[in-house]
Design a protein around this ligand. Structure first.
Ligand SMILES: NC(=O)c1ccc[n+]([C@@H]2O[C@H](COP(=O)([O-])OP(=O)(O)OC[C@H]3O[C@@H](n4cnc5c(N)ncnc54)[C@H](O)[C@@H]3O)[C@@H](O)[C@H]2O)c1
Length: 298
C-alpha cells in the first residue's frame, strides 16, 4: 500500500489513542510522519513502532495550544522532510461539566486545544502548502458531540466550530489545491473512558480510523473536500452538512399571530433526533422537569 509515498504528514496528538492509529496507517502507506504529542514518551514510542515496521517518522513535543507551538510543529516537518503535504488535526482534551456548573477555565482549556489549535496548525500549514505549490490535504477531527452532548458544552461547541471551519477552509483553500475534510472518529481510548458517565462501552479498536485518514489524504480522494465522515469500528458514514429544511413563506412577512396559527402544525413533525445519541425529539409534550432528555448527567 503506497498511496502516500514521499508525502510528509503531521498528526497532532499522535502519541496515543486514535492519533497513534493515524500515524501507523500513514507511515504504512509510505508517508513520512511527524508524530506530535505533548507527551514525549508516547510520541517517541510511536516513532519507534513506525521505525520497527520499516517506516519513517520523527517526534515533535510542540504544544499546539499556542501559535508558537503550531509554528514549531510545522517547522519540524519542514526541517526533517523538506515540507508538508498532509496535516491531521487530532489532538484533543476533555473537561466535562454540566452547563450551569462549567467554569471559564474548563471552557477555555477545551476551546484552546481543539479550536484554536486546529486554527493555528492549519493556518500555518496551509500557508506552507500554498507556497510549495503542490496542494495538500487537511483532515480535522470533529465528533457527533457537536449535535449536542449532555455535560459537554465546551467540547460540543469546539467540535461544532471545527465542522464549520472545515466547510469554510474547503471553500477558501481549493484555489491552492488544498482539500479539507474532517472525521468524527470512535475508539476506546483514554478520552473515551470518560464518556457515558463511566458506563463501560464495548471495546472499539482506535486504530480502525486510520484507513479513512489515509484515503482522505490520498489522490484517490481528489474530488472530496468540505466533507465530514463518521468512522471507527466497522463503519464509515457521511455526516450531512446542516442545511435549511422545510420553509414557509408569507407574502407580507410573519407576525406572531401568523406564526402561532401554523408553527406547531407545520414544524413539529420536522423536529428530528436531538443530541449525539440520536434520541427521538424529547419535547413534543413540552419542556419541563418531567420532560428532560434522558441522558447521563456529568
Ligand atoms: N475516542 C473517541 O471515541 C472519540 C470520539 C469522537 C472524537 N474523538 C476525537 O479524536 C481525537 C483523539 O482522541 P482520543 O480518544 O485518541 O484521545 P486521547 O486522549 O487518547 O489522545 C489525545 C492525545 O492528544 C494529546 N494532546 C492533548 N493536548 C495536546 C496539545 N495541546 N498538543 C499536542 N498534543 C496534545 C494527548 O497527550 C493525547 O496523547 C480528539 O480530537 C477527540 O476529540 C474521539
Amino acid at each position: 500500500m503506497n498511496h502516500l509515498t514521499g508525502r510528509a504528514a503531521i498528526v497532532t496528538g499522535g502519541g496515543r489513542g486514535i492519533g497513534r492509529g493515524h500515524c501507523l496507517a500513514l507511515a504504512a502507506a509510505g508517508a513520512r510522519v511527524v508524530v506530535n504529542d505533548i507527551d514525549a514518551d508516547a510520541a517517541e514510542a510511536v516513532v519507534r513502532e513506525i521505525a520497527e515496521a520499516g517506516g519513517s517518522a520523527i517526534a515533535s513535543t510542540a504544544n499546539i495550544a499556542s501559535r508558537a507551538g503550531a509554528e514549531d510543529l510545522i517547522a519540524a516537518s519542514v526541517a526533517a522532510f523538506g515540507g508538508l503535504d498532509i496535516l491531521v488535526n487530532n489532538a484533543g482534551n476533555l473537561r466535562d461539566r454540566s452547563f450551569l456548573k462549567m467554569s471559564d477555565e474548563e471552557f477555555d482549556q477545551v476551546w484552546t486545544v481543539h479550536v484554536k489549535g486546529t486554527f493555528w496548525c492549519t493556518q500555518i500549514a496551509a500557508a506552507r502548502m500554498r507556497d510549495q505549490g503542490r496542494g495538500g490535504a487537511i483532515v480535522n477531527t470533529t465528533s457527533g458531540a457537536h449535535f449536542g452532548s449532555f455535560g459537554q458544552t465546551n467540547y460540543a461547541a469546539a467540535k461544532g466550530a471545527i465542522a464549520s471551519m472545515t466547510y469554510t477552509w474547503a471553500l477558501e483553500l481549493a484555489r491552492y489545491g488544498i482539500r479539507v475534510n474532517a472525521i468524527g472518529p470512535t475508539g476506546t481510548t483514554r478520552m473515551s473512558e470518560t464518556f457515558a458517565g463511566g458506563t463501560p462501552l464495548p471495546y472499539v479498536d482506535p486504530t480502525r480510523n486510520g484507513a479513512l485518514v489515509v484515503f482522505l489524504a490520498s489522490d484517490a480522494a481528489r474530488q472530496v473536500s468540505g466533507q465530514i465522515f463518521g468512522s471507527g469500528g466497522t463503519r464509515v458514514a457521511h455526516m450531512v452538512q446542516p442545511h435549511y429544511g422545510k420553509t414557509l413563506y408569507r407574502e407580507d412577512g410573519w407576525t406572531v399571530e401568523a406564526l402561532e396559527a401554523v408553527f406547531i402544525q407545520q414544524f413539529a413533525g420536522e423536529f428530528g433526533a436531538l443530541g449525539m445519541l440520536g434520541q427521538p425529539y424529547p419535547f413534543h409534550e413540552g419542556v419541563g422537569p418531567g420532560e428532560r432528555a434522558v441522558e447521563s448527567a456529568a
